[in-house]
Design a binder for this molecule. Structure first.
Ligand code: OGA
Ligand code: MN
Length: 293
């Protein structure tokens, strides 16, 4: 265990043992002083995914802690067309629970495929904070992959081939496969809604280079024939499930996971639709558009 320098007793960082992330122990996120926050921010830049277990956060507590990282985005409109929490427009509910005939949140109980949050926008959020309110007995694990390591793992020839290219991050579908509000459904990546970002970006805070893929569905590498774009994308995506560069999180109620939405992607396993899963999420506004390395 590495003790975070400058912290009092009980504040520890325990790496997950996987290819990304660390657990921060000994912090109550309702009361974080400036020195502790500075240490959390440093640990976050270094580990990209931070886990805090055993928290007791109300929605306003979650919003207040999230705001320490910067201004928050308003929650995207749900699949059903409504905003999630009355009076707290920053809270996005991820849930399969149905109340009064309508889902209280997004993403259902199926798999959510690998993605970066909202990278179909020109300036995606830099961070997401996901807090576990109710957890099913099995399933629904969330996995993370380290996109610095994903870039390092690319064969040299492939890396040279994609250097300087941009990829379209599709805005048609969310990670649960649902069509976003207000977009026309299409399976043609060349014409679908979305934003082009450099495939290899430099992280504005760590200064390190990373692969920036966003999501696979309807992705398209600018300027290429569709078949060549598909082949290159398949090659780039081939390494994403390698456990050596990832971490799979098994949730407990009271867990808060904070991820760097630039240098990681995440996915969620399906779970039994008859069990309940309720997560509350905030997102911190991006400080800059993803820029080429
Ligand atoms: C998200 C997300 C997956 C999960 O909140 O952005 O992808 O595990 N959640 O609920
Ligand atoms: Mn997500």
């Amino acid at each position: 265990m590495d003790q975070i320098s400058g912290q009092g007793d009980g504040f520890y960082l325990v790496p997950t043992g996987g290819g990304v992330g660390a657990e921060v122990r000994g912090v109550d996120l309702r009361v974080v002083d400036d020195a502790t926050f500075a240490a959390i921010a440093r640990a976050w830049t270094e580990h990209a995914v931070l886990l805090f277990r055993g928290q007791h956060l109300t929605d306003p507590d979650l919003v207040a802690f999230s705001r320490r990282f910067g201004g928050l985005d308003l929650a995207p409109i749900q699949e059903t067309g409504r905003r999630s929490v009355q009076g707290l427009p920053e809270i996005y509910v991820v849930s399969n629970v149905i109340e009064n005939g309508a889902p209280i949140g997004s993403l259902g109980s199926g798999e959510a495929v690998w993605h970066t949050d909202m990278s179909y926008l020109p300036e995606p959020p830099k961070a997401s904070l996901l807090y576990a309110v109710e957890i099913p007995p099995v399933g629904g694990n969330t996995s993370f992959v380290n996109m610095y390591a994903a870039l390092e793992a690319l064969p040299e020839a492939l890396r040279r081939r994609v250097a300087g290219l941009r990829v379209k991050h599709d805005g048609t579908y969310n990670s649960g496969g649902y069509v976003r509000q207000g977009v026309a459904e299409t399976g043609d990546p060349r014409t679908s809604a979305g934003t082009l970002h450099p495939l290899i970006c430099r992280h504005p805070e760590s200064g390190r280079e990373m692969l920036y893929l966003g999501r696979r569905r309807n992705a398209y590498i600018e300027g290429l024939e569709l078949a060549e774009s598909e082949a290159l994308l398949d090659a780039l995506w081939a390494g994403m499930d390698d456990p050596a560069i990832g971490y799979s999180h098994r949730w407990q109620v009271g867990d808060l996971v904070l991820w760097d939405n630039r240098c990681t992607m995440h996915r969620r396993d399906a779970f039994d639709p008859s069990s309940r899963r309720v997560m509350h999420r905030t997102q911190v506004k991006g400080s800059a558009p993803p820029s080429a390395a």
